[in-house]
Ligand binder design. Structure first.
Ligand SMILES: [Zn+2]
Length: 164
């Protein structure tokens, strides 16, 4: 009689142990699943940010495509910008407000100094580059020579600073 009860107790213990094992397996599986879902979610949420960070690094010293900038804010955009025609010239904006702002303050916004020579130029015909590596600010140039000179001068200055 006693023996039987003991084995019953053992059975219960075994059952408990199995339950514990099962629970642990479930917990691990769910944790893995949860982490996978979380990574996917983070990837999709920050996909554009990641790309923007990459462009800010990679496009330094290269001609920046106009459809990725806002000519009102003079910064690289996270999403592609929209083209707008004003007085037969093509500009790019992130929003309708920015376009309106340019139209309203045309002389201050659409006309900008060449970052190398200081000549006044219209943004619609400018060659555009990044002011600094890793930053979204833009600089405009009248021609390719000024564009090249700007980055060469900057590289030269950086060399001097690091040699000191
Ligand atoms: Zn804008």
């Amino acid at each position: 009689m006693k023996k039987k009860r003991l084995s019953k107790q053992q059975l219960i213990d075994k059952q408990k142990l199995d339950d514990k094992k099962f629970n642990r397996t479930m917990l691990i599986s769910f944790s893995i699943l949860f982490l996978c879902l979380l990574s996917i979610l983070i990837f999709y949420t920050y996909r554009c940010d990641t790309r923007l960070t990459w462009r800010k690094m990679d496009w330094y010293g290269k001609v920046v495509p106009k459809n990725w900038i806002c000519m009102d804010g003079d910064i690289l955009q996270i999403h592609e910008s929209t083209k707008a025609v004003f007085e037969d010239k093509i500009y790019y904006f992130c929003s309708q407000e920015c376009f309106n702002h340019l139209v309203k303050h045309f002389r201050e916004v659409a006309i900008t100094p060449d970052a190398y020579s200081g000549d006044s130029i219209n943004k619609s015909v400018a060659i555009i580059g990044l002011k600094e590596r890793g930053k979204p600010e833009l600089v405009y140039f009248k021609n390719e020579r000024n564009f090249k000179n700007y980055y060469e001068t900057k590289a030269e200055k950086q060399k001097q600073v690091s040699n000191k």
